[in-house]
Design a protein around this ligand. Structure first.
Ligand code: 5GP
Length: 194
């Protein structure tokens, strides 16, 4: 990475911790400075999700073909489905000087940080697990079995939080957005002296 490149931000956190809301609010507030990578997944669309907006939805076979052709920067399996980050788009944006957000799990996050220098690893923590459960149930898009699996996964993910560069406890979206933006400004200053 040279100094005019954007930062690659890995934003992880348990499902329901509010990382999607934070990233969208950050993009809305600073549209010139950030871009969100759209992942590829083999899972079925949920609720109102649209192909090419939340995800690129692929069959298992299509996904495996993308792995084989090395089109993904990273990929991971999460609760019976594959998720991955398209490589080319991310690399182009970084070269344009835009900070690219990857909203991905820790398996993918650590893969990326081994491949690309100066990745910023940020973990979004829910204020408490009970609250997380409420948010998942309130979302109403998963079956009870899926919710249980996601809660188990959440506990597993929270154990990884200490290996991240920063942890943001999401008590208030607006404040979390500013924290995230300040982290990027601070890291850029450390790198460039600007
Ligand atoms: P969901 O099914 O709720 O949209 O996502 C489930 C999990 O997959 C979340 O923790 C999310 O961060 C993660 N995820 C989404 N896209 C990717 C990706 O491209 N790569 C990896 N490794 N994880 C992803």
């Amino acid at each position: 990475m040279n100094n005019s490149n954007g930062f690659l931000l890995v934003v992880s956190g348990p499902s329901g911790a509010g990382k999607g809301t934070i990233c969208n609010a950050l993009l809305e507030k600073y549209p010139e400075e950030y871009a969100l990578s759209i992942s590829v997944t083999s899972r079925a669309p949920r609720g109102m999700e649209v192909d090419g907006k939340e995800y690129f939805f692929k069959t298992l076979e299509e996904f495996e073909e993308m792995i084989r052709l090395d089109l993904l920067l990273e990929h991971a399996r999460y609760v019976n489905n594959y998720y991955g980050t398209p490589r080319q788009w991310v690399e182009e944006k970084l070269q344009e000087g835009v900070n690219v957000i990857l909203e991905i799990d820790y398996q993918g996050g650590f893969q990326v940080s081994r491949k690309i220098p100066n990745v910023l690893m940020i973990f979004i923590m829910p204020p408490d697990l009970e609250e997380l459960k409420n948010r998942l149930v309130f979302r109403g898009t998963e079956s009870e079995e899926q919710i249980l699996k996601r809660l188990q996964k959440a506990e597993e993910e929270i154990k990884m939080a200490e290996q991240y560069d920063y942890i943001i406890i999401n008590e208030d979206v607006e404040k979390s957005v500013e924290m995230l933006h300040n982290i990027v400004l601070h890291e850029k200053m450390k790198l460039t002296g600007e």
